[in-house]
Design a protein around this ligand. Structure first.
Ligand code: FES
Length: 112
């Protein structure tokens, strides 16, 4: 999925309706960079599609909003969708790079 890459004065990028994001995690491309946007539990989250291990495309792995986890397809590192903490090896402490997202008027926007 491609976000509205026009942006506005506040650098907001529409991801889709909240209903769409709730129904399925979205991967959007903004200015040549991909982001995973999803609803997990009670939260709305956005992360850059870059695994902190070796830069793998984490959003192309298994995204399980029921369990609140995403698993990187390259080496299986697992991250908590609520904040991006590394669940694979908590001693490493690497987190997914989080981005800001908001709901306005029933639509989800990335703020970059
Ligand atoms: S690059 Fe993601 S687990 Fe290695």
């Amino acid at each position: 999925m491609s976000a509205d890459t026009e942006g506005d004065a506040t650098d907001r990028y529409r991801v889709g309706s909240l209903e769409e994001v709730e129904a399925q995690p979205q991967v959007v491309d903004v200015r040549g960079e991909k982001y995973l946007v999803c609803v997990a539990g009670d939260g709305l989250y956005a992360y850059r599609n870059v695994c902190p291990h070796q830069g793998g495309p984490v959003a192309e792995g298994r995204v399980d909003t029921e369990d609140g986890r995403v698993v990187c397809p390259w080496h299986g590192w697992e991250f908590d969708l609520d904040g991006g903490a590394n669940c694979f090896d908590t001693d490493v402490g690497a987190r997914l790079p989080q981005a800001e997202c908001v709901v306005e008027g029933g639509d989800v926007y990335l703020r970059l």
